[in-house]
Design a binder for this molecule. Structure first.
Ligand code: 13P
Length: 251
């Protein structure tokens, strides 16, 4: 099973465009074996598009609060997200780490809160630059983020390896180097959850994936799916990515 997750980031600006992109994307996805598609619009569009989500296309959120309830002005709880039909939450995206200084501690709490609410967590990790101690950066980020996760919840844990230098730049990582980094992530998962569980855990790639370069990544079985930003805002482009991402033995 591979996951292809659309992260719309802070787009689109208008309700009618959110409805159109979501509706067109759902219309282009039939029932597909071996692939799970989710779309993560900005919070305000979640109730607008939620009735269009189907078993074939899940609704997801780009972030969540770390508490289940309480006096947290401006925050949204994972329980609320579940209530409105979300199945999945992106946690610790590099844009949140960079622009709102989301800390390792907050990311750890958000991951636990998301899983506790019964949602899938898509935990993002990745180095700033491919230089210096970049491998250590991946290992430490992953180790810190998963520290408090209970073994019972790991069926709903996905990791997204997103090298920051590849996000939104048009310069994707190479498929071979992506696999090397995914194996680093998997080493941390093995230490924490054991080899058998870690082998099953999907580790996705994100960073400038488009309908052209997807083919080079799709042939690598170690890559558990894709987190797609700009390439997900056009339903036609995104559906090409989804089709190409299917594992050959499952099509
Ligand atoms: P781009 O596909 O726009 O590079 O974004 C990747 C990403 O951040 C998905 O979460």
């Amino acid at each position: 099973m591979r996951y292809v997750i659309a992260n719309w980031k802070m787009y689109p600006q208008r309700r009618e465009d959110a409805l159109r992109i979501f509706g067109d994307t759902v219309a282009m996805m039939g029932a597909m074996r071996g692939i799970r598609v989710a779309i993560c619009p900005p919070f305000v569009w979640l109730p607008v598009v939620s009735s269009l989500a189907k078993s074939t296309v899940w609704l997801g959120a780009q972030d969540s609060g770390w508490a289940d309830e309480g006096a947290f002005t401006g925050e949204i709880s994972p329980t609320m997200l579940k209530n409105i039909g979300c199945r999945l939450v992106i946690v610790g995206h590099s844009e949140r780490r960079t622009h709102v200084a989301e800390s390792q501690e907050i990311i750890r709490k958000k991951t636990v809160a998301t899983l506790r609410a019964g949602l899938f967590a898509v935990l993002c990790v990745g180095e700033q630059q491919r230089e210096g101690e970049w491998e250590k950066e991946i290992l430490e980020q992953t180790r810190s983020a998963i520290a408090d996760i209970a073994q019972d919840n790991i069926q709903r844990l996905l990791i997204a390896y997103e090298p920051v230098w590849a996000v939104g730049t048009g310069k994707a990582d190479s498929p071979k180097d992506t696999v090397t980094s995914i194996l680093l992530v998997r080493r941390v998962l093995k230490d924490k959850f054991g080899a058998a569980a870690a082998e099953q855990m999907p580790v996705l790639y994100g960073g400038s994936i488009n309908a052209q370069n997807i083919h080079g990544f799709a042939v690598e079985p170690e890559i558990g799916g894709f987190l797609v930003g700009h390439g997900s805002l056009d339903a036609g482009e995104f559906s090409k990515i989804v089709m190409a991402a299917r594992l050959k033995e499952e099509t």
